[in-house]
Each structure stands twice: as C-alpha cells, then as structure tokens.
Write a new protein. Structure first.
Length: 632
C-alpha cells in the first residue's frame, strides 16, 4: 500500500527558517494556554458528557458485545496515546494534546459516521450545508457554546489578578485547539504529519466554513500545530486496532468472501499484517482465543504499543512521523476492517426506515418553527427564534404549552440554546452551501450542454435533478441563441479545435455560467424550480442540527415518536450482528437511493493551455507596434 506525506519538512533553507519561526510563534501561543489546560478541559467536558451513548463502528442499538468501543473509550484511549508520545518530546505540550485528543470527536452524531453521512446525503439534494463531525465539534465549541468566554470567566475567577491584556491573548489563542479538532479527519493513508505553521485564526474560520460548503474539504486540512498533527495520527492508532478486535469480539463472519468483486481470505490478511508488525506467528490464534473484555483490549493495546514505538522512533522536530512501512501495515489493517465490517454496519433496513424519517422530520421541524412564528419567511434574519436564547420565562411558557408533546418539547429546548451568533452562522452556511452546490451542478449542466458528458450519465433525483435539468435547459437556450447569430457563431466558432478558439469559447461559457448562477441565487429568497426558499432551508437545517445533537438512544426515541414503527420493524432494527450475514444485508451508505454524487469529466482548458493561449494573444496584439523613439 502506498502511503503519503501530508506536508513534510521542506529542504528549502528559507522555508525551513519560516517553519522554525512559525513553530516558535505557535509554541508561545500554546504556552499561554498550558497553565489553564485543566480549566479548558473541564469547560469542554461540559459539552462532551454522552460519549458512552455514541457508537464507534458497531451500532449500540444492535446490542453489541460487552466491551465494544464507544466514543468515550476511544477518545480516552486516544488521549492516553497522545500524552505518552508527547511526553517524550520537549517541543510538544502534553497538557494541550490531552485536551485536543479527549475532545476531538465532540461533534459526532448518532450511529457513528452513518448519522452524518445520511444527513449530508439528504441535505445535498436541497443544496444545504454538508455535515462532518470534526467541523460540528469545532463549531459547537467556538460558536454555539462560545466556550472562550466561559473559559476566560473561570480563569479570571481563579486568578483575580490576571490582566485583561493577558486574558485577551488567551482567548485569542484558543482557536488553535478548535483548529486541531476541525483538522483531525485523517482517514487517508498518511505516514508523515507536519503542521501548517502559517495558518491564522482567519484561515481557520474560512476552513471551518469550507467544511460545511465543500464536500471532502475537511480531508484536505492540515493542523496549525504539531500537537494537532500528533492527535490526527493518534486518532488512527487508537481506533484501528480496536475496530479489529471488535470484529472478533462480536463474532463477525471471517470466512472467505468476495467484496467488490475481489475474493478475500481475511484470516490470511490479518496474519500478514501481524507479521508486518513484527508480532509472533501465533498472534491470530491468540486473538481468536480471546474470551474476556480484558483479553481483547490487551491484544489491541499490544498492537498500539508497536505503532507508538515506531512514532517515537521516527518523529523529528515539528514533524510527526511513522515509518512508511509501519504506516502501510497499519492502514492495511484499517482496510481489512473496512471490508469486513466498517462499511457493512449500515443495513438495508436502516436505509429504508431511518433515512426517510430524517428527511420528513427536517421538513416537519421547518413547518413547526414557521407556524409558531420562530422563523420569518420574508426576512429570515429578522426571525424571533434567537429571542428564545437567554429568555427562561419564554422557554418555560412554550414547554408548558407542549408538555404533552415530547418531540416538540425537545425541539423547543434545543432551539432555545441557539444564540443570535449561532443563528446568523446557520443562515450564512445555508447561503454559501447552496452557492457552492449549484456551482458544481452548473458545471455538470455545462458539460452536458456542450456534449462533454452524455445526459444519461447524470444520476440525480429530487430537487437536485430539477435544478440540473433547469440549468441544462438554460445553457441550451443560450447556445441556440448564440449559434443562430452569424456574427456570434463566427466569433465563438463552436467546432474549431484551435487553441485560441477554445479559449474564446471558455471565456464565453464562463460568462454564461456566471449569469445562470446569479439568476439561481436570486431565486433563493422565494424559491423556484428545484430551489426551496432560504427560510425553509434554514428551518430544515435546524431540524438536522437537532437530529445531529442526539446520541444513539435519543435518535431511536425520535424515530419511534415520529415514525410509529410496528413491533416487527423495531425487532428487525435491533437484530444483533451474529443473527445474520451482514455482508449480504449491506447497502452502501454512499449510494443512498435519493442522491447520487455527480461526476463530470473536466471540460475546461488546463492551466498550461490557458498560458499558451494568453501568450498567443499577447504576441498577436503586439504585432505591428513600432518602438517609441527616444526623445532628444
């Protein structure tokens, strides 16, 4: 397996100097936070108390075996690993890495990654914000709960003599911890982690917004600190071995099987991985012989100890590293786990029952908020919803009104925690996500209209399909009008492969794309074909936020109250993993029937072609010019 270096240490002496200066600056900033690490940790813990009710790989609603890893067990293990490694390097802050690692998964939704995948898939068809747990966690701490203010108040209470200037610097530096949480998604196969010391708070804020508006954007982020880089690696060292032992702990089918057209012998693959780690030949036999929770956990920690030792051996100043060989083995175990279980814990029945309920609930939440006057359909920013924040009398009045309606009461309690700042951020993410979404859809429509992609290749349904069809129609209208005009047809020359003609066509198509995008954005206020009004989008987004805040058991309660499932359906959704061959039941979460991710081949000129065309134009317009005579 090929593993990659996400940043690395530059061999350019000037860049090395820049990195050293940046590292020193971040060291100073983190040193301001170190004396108050315990206060920060306790403040975060207030919003991170339900990890034992959130799942990792195995869904808690399916009653996995005792000892199966939960979010709390994972994050505490991640914290211990990160502190052990950091303790061996004087340029790493053990106190800060403890906070980062313990709370890095604070934004996880119900049912592990499945909750965020499902919610993102539903919202994609409306052009609404994407969900990734790392961004949810950073946003909740930084914006929703504004823990910076809370932390500074506690520091001031314990240190009355602290100056306002020093307190302001502490507050300004807390973003480094939020950034580590936002940048921790290390699902790719990486062996070397070097921080981006040039990152500023403003760029962190831009990246946080980007996680909501651009699919996959969170996987491109690089932490601003070495501590954040270490936490990103220790996250994998923590979950990969425990995912593996959970598969054995829960008695999953390990016989030969075909996955995505490839036949696998999982026992042989694990044996090869253990050999690559340098473990004894009987390691698989020992794992198969495990009986107790302690046996399984000890085996996972044995694997972790090998990985930790490799990180300690290979890490250099400001560059957290594993050896490429050891990293390749670790990621091979992750891939075996994925083939066996991680990608197969979402069952067909889960899709059929849970996902439609989520979408209907989001729509119902919007109607509830609008009908009760919380959202202003004419001017969403003038909505009274934020007026509930810090108004206990109003909250009690509403809760009394809906005291016999558990679901409405829970929703009201949730929206009462939304501050004006958080509400404004929600509106902004909806606007920006819609703009980003339709830009991609317009690109697809452009590819279809110009013949680069066959229309039958496009798979989309619901509102997304309506929008793309509308954009294709608009492009075709623009093309027809242009090509029917002789002068325009000559200027654009649609059939020519000459580089200058292609360059002119691209400029013209860019203008057409911009016009279509502007018209689509105007429709966002009141809605249009395939476009729901911004107020409805915000209402549905608040419903999605409510769902995302639930743990596994709270989600089941929402589902039962809203969907009223039969006892037979309840029993089916609670089947244990040992009761069926999960690989036969599996329906991939990333191909949820209502949404298909669009793939359009690149139709634009490359950067090199654009440079060539620009050079040709420069030479063309320079032709015939006479040099100016020097004045005497």
């Amino acid at each position: 397996m090929k593993v990659r270096n996400i940043s690395g240490v530059s061999h350019n002496p000037f860049k090395r100097l820049r990195d050293e200066v940046g590292a020193l600056r971040k060291r100073v900033e983190l040193s301001r936070l170190e004396p108050y690490a315990d206060i920060i940790d306790l403040a975060f813990e207030r919003y991170n108390t339900d990890d034992d009710s959130r799942t990792m790989m195995f869904k808690l609603l399916r009653d996995p075996e005792r000892g199966t890893v939960t979010r709390r067990k994972h994050t505490e293990n991640c914290r211990d690993i990160a502190m052990e490694i950091a303790d061996g390097f004087d340029w790493l802050s053990t106190d800060i890495i403890k906070v980062m690692a313990r709370h890095h998964d604070i934004g996880h939704t119900f049912l592990g990654h499945s909750g965020e995948w499902w919610l993102s898939s539903i919202k994609d068809t409306y052009g609404m914000p994407n969900y990734v747990h790392n961004a949810i966690g950073a946003r909740n701490l930084d914006i929703k709960y504004d823990v910076s203010e809370e932390i500074c108040e506690k520091i001031k209470a314990e240190n009355p003599s602290i100056s306002d200037r020093k307190l302001a610097k502490i507050k300004n530096n807390l973003w480094l911890i939020f950034d580590a949480i936002n940048s921790h998604n290390g699902e790719r196969s990486e062996y070397s982690y070097a921080p981006d010391f040039s990152k500023t708070r403003r760029r962190y804020e831009e990246e946080l917004m980007g996680c909501y508006t651009k699919k996959g954007f969170d996987r491109t982020l690089i932490p601003a600190t070495a501590e954040g880089s270490l936490m990103r690696l220790t996250d994998k060292i923590s979950y990969i071995p425990f995912d593996m032992v959970d598969i054995f702990r829960n008695g999953c089918n390990l016989e030969k099987d075909t996955v995505d057209g490839v036949e696998h012998n999982f026992y042989d693959e694990y044996r090869a991985a253990f050999k690559g780690l340098g473990m004894a030949d009987d390691s698989l036999d020992r794992l198969l012989a495990c009986k107790t929770e302690e046996d399984y956990d000890n085996f996972a920690r044995e694997v972790q100890a090998i990985l930790i030792a490799d990180v300690k051996k290979n890490t250099k100043r400001n560059n957290i590293r594993m050896s490429p060989e050891m990293s390749a083995v670790m990621h091979s175990i992750r891939d075996i786990n994925n083939k066996l279980m991680v990608n197969y814990t979402v069952m067909k029945e889960d899709h059929e029952e849970y996902v439609p309920t989520m979408e209907k609930f989001m729509s119902s939440a919007n109607k509830f908020l609008t009908s009760n006057g919380f959202l202003d359909a004419q001017n969403i920013r003038a909505s009274s919803l934020a007026g509930l924040y810090g108004n206990p009398d109003k909250l009690l009045e509403l809760l009394k009104k809906y005291q016999d309606d558990e679901l409405s009461s829970d929703l009201i309690a949730f929206i009462s925690s939304i501050s004006p700042r958080e509400f404004e951020y929600t509106v902004k993410t909806c606007e920006k996500a819609f703009e980003e979404t339709i830009q991609g859809e317009i690109d697809v429509a452009r590819a279809v209209a110009t013949g680069a992609v066959d229309q039958v290749e496009i798979q989309a349904q619901g509102h997304k399909k309506e929008r793309i069809e509308q954009y294709i129609e608009e492009f075709n209208t623009i093309l027809d009008v242009t090509y029917n005009d002789g002068a325009m047809r000559k200027a654009i020359n649609p059939l020519s492969n000459n580089l200058l003609d292609k360059f002119k066509r691209e400029i013209w198509l860019d203008k057409a794309s911009k016009k279509i995008k502007e018209e689509s954005m105007k429709k966002l206020a009141k809605g249009g074909k395939g476009i729901i009004p911004l107020s409805d989008m915000v209402g549905m987004e608040l419903g999605a936020q409510f769902l995302a805040s639930r743990n596994d058991y709270e989600w089941r309660r929402v589902y039962e109250l809203y969907a009223h499932p039969t006892e037979e359906v309840k029993a089916s959704l609670g089947r244990r993993y040992q009761e069926f061959d999960f690989r036969a039941e599996h329906q991939k979460h990333k191909t949820w029937d209502n949404i298909q991710k669009l793939q359009a081949r690149e139709t634009r000129l490359t950067a090199e072609e654009k440079n060539q065309a620009s050079s040709m134009l420069t030479r063309l317009f320079a032709f015939g010019k006479k040099p100016r005579e020097r004045e005497k």
